[in-house]
Structure formats: C-alpha cells, structure tokens
Ligand binder design. Structure first.
Ligand SMILES: Cc1ncc(COP(=O)(O)O)c(C=O)c1O
Length: 434
C-alpha cells in the first residue's frame, strides 16, 4: 500500500482544530465512568419517545393535501432524490415568521444537512478568493472556524465582552485589511447564548453591529442555534428581523430543539445576486447550486421528520421551545447552584477560579489558574472521573488557554450534582497550587 505523507494532504488536516471533537470523543470512550460536561447535545428525555414514523406520516398527509398527490406520489418525494434546496422550505419559512418574526420567502431558504453544512456553503459562496476574510467574535464555535479552515478562508477574531463583539476592534480590523487590499466579507455571530461563551448580544450592540456591517459593507452570518433557550421575556430580536437585516444570512439547526440525528438545518439567504444575463438570482440559489455538489440534497426522510414535527406543533416551534428549554434552564440553574455550593463554600471561591452565569444556552465558561490542556483533561478524567471541554479550541489567540467549558444540557440532576462534586475535588488537586 503506498503511504501518504500528511503534509501532502490539505493543510487543514494538520490543524489541531479538526481533531478537537475526535479528541474529546476519544477521551470519553477511554473513561466511560467519567461524568462528562463536554457534549453540547440535547437531553435524551426529549428524544427517545418521539415516534418518527408518525412524523413522516403527518408530512406525507400534508404533501397529499397541499400538492394534490396520491399516496405513491407523496412517498416518491421522500423515497427518491430530492431538490437541492429542500422539501420543507414552506413549513420552515412559516415557522420562522412565527418563531422569530422573520418574514422569509420559501425561495430564500435552503434546507441543509445541519447548520454545519449551511456554514460551509455560505462561506464557500461568499468568499471569492484569498482577498475575502471572515470575522468572528472570540471565543467562537469551532464549526465555523473549522469550515473556514477547510475552505482556506482566513479568519480574523475580535474579542467580545459580555454584550457582544468589540465593534471598535472590528472596525479597526476592517481598516487594516482594507489597507492590505483585502476585506472582511462576512462576520459570523451567534447573538443568543453563544457557544461557548453564553453571551447574549444586547439590543444596542445588535443595532450598532448592523450599522457597522452597512458602513464597512460586509454581510452578517447569524447562527441561531440556542435562541430557543431564552427565558420568555428575555428574547431579543434576531438580527435578521431588525432594520438592516437584509445584510444577514440566517443559519439555523433543528438539532438542539428537535433531533440531532436527523441532521437538518437551514440557511436563509434572500440577498439578490446580479448575474451577467440580467435575470438575477438569490444567494439561496447559489447555495443550492453548491449543495448539489456537496450533499446533493438533505435526506428527504429526515426533512419529513422535522416537517412532521412542525405540523404536529401547528406550524410553529414556539410552544415546543418553551417546553424543552425549561429543562435546559433548570439544568443550568442546578449547575450554577452546585458550583456555588461546592466551589464557593461560605462565599469563599477557590483561588483563581471564576465562571459566568448565563440565563440560557447549554454552557458555562470557567476560568482556572493554570493552563488548560490535554494533560489536565487526562488528569480530570483518570483521577477524578470528570470531563469538560478545553476552551482553547474556541480561540484563534491564546486568550482561552486558562478556560474550560461546562455543558449541562445532556445530564440529569443527580449527575450534575455528582459531576460538580468531582469537579470540586479536581480543582483542589495540587496542580492548581503550583
Ligand atoms: C452554535 C452552534 N451552531 C451550530 C451547531 C451545529 O448544528 P448542526 O448540528 O445542525 O450542524 C452547533 C452544535 O453544537 C452549535 O453549537
């Protein structure tokens, strides 16, 4: 068998970023007894009783009613290859109107294989060549920086405070790039309970970010993965639904609210694209063209499951989001309460340790007084039976080298309490006193 030198393969394969998820899975598989605060996965209580066949049947009935098809005609749409842009676009467009107050035409939607594919397609379409750079707020979800790495798209990071990205730093980056003959083509943001920071961008920052995007002439790529976890009265408008939202490509996923195994997400890309023949297209048409060479189409059966869930919910996910997010907020409350009791006994927090207090999302971010690396994770897993995610993978800089991320979405109450007890023992290990 001829061997291949890794440095003859795409350069991204040598980037530790691409190994970050595999590395965590590998550690979890070696320490099956450990309590893991690592996966940002939905709770199984929301998944295992779902009857997927019923959802598919609901969707088949919907196709028959709305498209005048007989049973075989409706089934064919699910059993055969489908259109690259998707099948359930009309249902998702109506739900976005209801759930996010986003007026979206079905034609401007592409149904993708998770939000991850939507990120890849959006970056591929928007970044013409090496001139175009993606801006992100740091820390940032690895899915987008990883996709950029695969596509050889350069990324600049601006820091974020508790209210969103540092807009002065962003404008400075734009100017620096312009002076070098390059430009920020798009900025990725997750305004609602970002992964991993838990940050909610406040309303003023949302407005000002849209103004900066207009002034500097770049697009915003808005990821709404955790918006559904917001406490009811704290919901802020999606960037896409705000004045200036025509600069926003909205990406979403049904993985966290509905079913990760279905791998269904979407992109709303209603920006007009001017073509030489003068006929014009939408950015969504371009994404669909790219998709036809990536995954061809999102599995129609998987779309039918999500479509059926939407139909069962009366065409909107607002009620389901309220029900399911209650568990996540309860878990978050328990995690924060346990951290207070075990890491701040009598109000005296362990030296050098601090954490944030998000009101939604799946994650808590913790700062510790040592470098957080693979060796520290190994120690936590092997000696204390607890796992978490190193935050360095969410940074381009070294700013996150002393941080870890705790996720509580997947765990039950007793596991959270026991996990924090283990974490508290770990954080008292001599390595933290060197
Ligand atoms: C912020 C964010 N966006 C997108 C995704 C991925 O979505 P999908 O599973 O639909 O690809 C995740 C998953 O962890 C996420 O945290």
């Amino acid at each position: 068998m001829p061997g291949l030198e890794q440095d003859t393969l795409h350069a991204s394969l040598q980037d530790p970023l691409l190994d970050s998820i595999g590395f965590l899975n590998e550690v979890m598989s070696r320490f099956p007894q450990a309590i893991s605060f690592a996966p940002g996965a939905p709770h199984l209580a929301h998944l295992l009783d779902d009857d997927l066949t019923r959802y598919v049947e609901l969707y088949v009935d919907h196709l028959r009613r709305t498209r005048g098809l007989d049973l075989h005609g409706a089934r064919r749409l699910l059993y055969e290859y489908g259109p690259a842009r998707g099948l359930i676009n009309d249902l998702v467009a109506a739900a976005l109107q209801d759930d996010l107050q986003c007026a979206v035409a079905a034609e401007s939607l592409v149904i993708t294989v998770g939000a991850q594919e939507a990120m890849l397609l959006t970056l591929r379409a928007l970044c013409r060549d090496r001139t175009d750079v993606l801006a992100v707020a740091e820390p940032c979800f690895v899915g987008i920086t990883g996709a950029a790495r695969l596509l050889d798209v350069d990324v600049v990071a601006v820091p974020e405070d508790g209210r969103g990205p540092d807009l002065a730093a962003l404008e400075k980056e734009c100017a620096v790039l312009r002076a070098a003959g390059r430009r920020v083509r798009a900025m990725y943001v997750a305004p609602d309970y970002a992964n991993p920071s838990g940050t909610v961008m406040d309303l003023d920052t949302r407005r000002r970010l849209l103004e900066v995007a207009a002034r500097q002439d770049f697009l915003l790529v808005e990821d709404n993965a955790y918006g559904f976890t917001a406490p009811e009265k704290h919901q802020l408008p999606s960037l896409k639904a705000m004045p200036g939202g025509d600069r926003v490509v909205l990406l979403g996923t049904f993985a966290k609210l509905c079913l990760p195994g279905a791998r269904v997400g979407y992109a709303v890309a209603d920006q007009p694209v001017h073509t030489p023949d003068g006929r014009g297209r939408l950015l969504a048409d371009e994404l669909a063209a790219l998709k036809s060479m990536v995954t061809v189409n999102t599995a129609p059966l998987c779309q039918a499951v999500i479509g059926g869930m939407l139909l069962e919910q009366g065409g909107s996910f607002t009620k389901l989001a309220r029900e399911r997010s209650a568990l996540y907020r309860r878990n978050l409350g328990m995690l924060l309460d346990s951290l207070d009791r075990h890491l701040s006994p009598g109000g005296q927090t362990l030296p050098g340790i601090s954490w944030n207090r998000p009101e939604g999302g799946f994650f808590v971010r913790m700062r510790v007084p040592v470098r957080v690396d693979a060796a520290l994770l190994e120690l936590a897993a092997s000696r204390y039976g607890v796992l978490w995610t190193p935050m360095s993978q969410f940074y381009l800089s070294t700013a996150g080298d002393d941080e870890l991320r705790l996720s509580c979405s997947y765990l039950d109450a007793e596991r959270i309490e026991e996990g924090v007890l283990r974490l508290a023992a770990f954080l008292r290990d001599p390595v933290f006193r060197q």
